[in-house]
Ligand binder design. Structure first.
Ligand SMILES: NC(=O)c1ccc[n+]([C@@H]2O[C@H](COP(=O)([O-])OP(=O)(O)OC[C@H]3O[C@@H](n4cnc5c(N)ncnc54)[C@H](OP(=O)(O)O)[C@@H]3O)[C@@H](O)[C@H]2O)c1
Length: 252
């Protein structure tokens, strides 16, 4: 059973952020940013639980690629508490096996599609089901990638899952047009996280762009996770400035 989240509600809290992939990288920076922001409670889901105690944080340990478990627990992820705003950030993701199509292992591909695509689809669906008729402001931010729009050799699973999630987000936005409900597919730019280290550790024969990615790191071209978390806050705080579903932090 997932932990109950009723204990989260605090008199000063106006917003509930439900965040996946909070244990490291960009998710960790988003977590820290909103834990330190007044008026936010955070419900955070990763496989790893962090050793931090904060009265406005509830952590759930869950492997989001295990869809049967996720499916059973979905209803308890979204509390029907009295918040003024509910925000879902689907951030957990995996670059997958960096190999050309033809060399991919089906089991790894399945894990990647489950984590990058089906889990955020399940969570977005449940979020809408739970809060559609709630008077609160609602936002869903599905973390995308430049790779959603661009075919990258070696990233077959990654490009495909990010592209499909962007389309799902656009459909959700079209079905829920309201000035109180916003949906974004947000590319975070190139961020200095373990995912980038994993990309730089690929084999050159499997990943022709490897030198370019090593160069990004060497030339200091990567954004810090903290910088990107602050931009995500700007987006969340100013939805009227962002009409399009497809967004890229490099444009604001
Ligand atoms: N870094 C970049 O340059 C970049 C660029 C474009 C897009 N993005 C996107 O940004 C998001 C965050 O990436 P990142 O660079 O911060 O990656 P990261 O450093 O590898 O962190 C990934 C996060 O996802 C969680 N996660 C991974 N597998 C999981 C699973 N099976 N179940 C639950 N949680 C899982 C991890 O926690 P646990 O291991 O504890 O489960 C971790 O908190 C991803 O969606 C990624 O595609 C990143």
């Amino acid at each position: 059973m997932l932990g109950k989240s009723e204990s989260l509600v605090h008199p000063m809290s106006k917003s509930l952020l439900i965040l996946t992939g909070h244990s490291k990288g960009l998710g960790r920076a988003i977590l820290d940013h909103f834990l330190n922001k007044e008026g936010f409670d955070v419900l955070a889901i990763s496989r790893t639980k962090l050793e931090i105690e904060a009265s406005n944080l509830t952590q759930i340990s869950l492997d989001l690629s295990e869809l049967e478990v996720l499916q059973k627990e979905l209803d308890s992820v979204f509390p029907i508490d009295n918040y003024e705003e509910f925000i879902l950030i689907n951030n957990a993701g995996w670059i997958g096996e960096v190999k050309p199509i033809g060399s991919l292992h089906p089991a790894e591909l399945r894990t990647q599609v489950n984590l990058n695509l089906l889990a955020p689809m399940f969570l977005t669906n449940s979020f809408i089901k739970t809060y559609k008729f709630n008077e609160a402001r609602k936002q869903v931010i599905n973390i995308s990638s430049g790779a959603a729009k661009r075919a990258v050799s070696g990233w077959g699973g990654y490009c495909s899952t990010k592209a499909a999630l962007a389309m799902f987000t656009m459909v959700a936005a079209k079905e829920n047009k309201s000035d109180k409900f916003h949906f974004y597919s947000l590319a975070p730019g190139i961020v200095d996280t373990e995912m980038q280290a994993e990309i730089r550790n690929s084999n050159e024969s499997d990943f022709p762009d490897i030198e370019k990615f090593k160069g990004f790191k060497e030339n200091g071209d990567l954004s810090s996770p903290e910088e990107v978390a602050a931009k995500i806050d700007f987006l969340i705080s100013n939805p009227s400035k962002f009409e399009d579903v497809i967004q890229d932090v490099r444009n604001f």
